[in-house]
Design a protein around this ligand. Sequence first.
Ligand code: ATP
Length: 220
Amino acid sequence: MKSGDKQYAVIGLGRFGLSVCQELQQAGAEVLAIDIDEDRVRAVAGFVSQALVANCTNEETVAELRLSDYDMVMVSIGADVNASILTTLVVKEAGVKNVWVKANDKKHSKILHKIGADHVIMPERDMGVRVARKMLDRRVLEFQELGSDLAMTEIVVGSRLLGKTLGDLALCKEQGVQVLGFKRGPDITKAPELDRTLEIGDLIIIAGPRETLSRKLSSL
Ligand code: ATP
């Protein structure tokens, strides 16, 4: 991600806001971190471009922050729903084009959309969906121990791997890992070509050092 030329502001430095700040800053973006709580601001001051104590439900304060100069503003206030809604309203009215807001639930999300939030995130729900997809995609069958720390296993292709090629998975680049076979429907191919495009339900049979296989599979 190349974000060095973009400016972001994050309002609310709970766990979510904090990790947004960290990720943006690490990607090279300019980040302004804001919280009403001095301790939270102090905790991020060392690694973001700028950190400020401010109450963002206050129109004059927000106007002074000139947030409309920022490419994106994230409102990540969860516990205090009133503050979240009011901050979103004030920030939108201050002319910020792209406001992303964290919501606790569907009702909160609906209100945020109505008052002009450009994008609403529900971290628990969104993460649950992502994790479930990942779990489905990693439907890895049991490891079959081959002795000397070697094992054989099968990967069932799910939606995340759909459209990739066997080569994209870079399985053979791992030390000692071999793709033994490929199964689509009743057809089994031994030592398959790496440019083969994956479809849901395909089975990839691999063997190699147990630890390397586990590490590789958890990164897919
Ligand atoms: P999580 O920690 O999981 O992200 P959360 O959003 O409920 O959950 P909180 O601890 O409520 O976490 O974080 C919200 C942050 O927003 C707090 O640090 C709080 O001080 C800050 N905050 C609340 N009201 C305002 C406001 N009016 N202006 C700026 N910051 C605010």
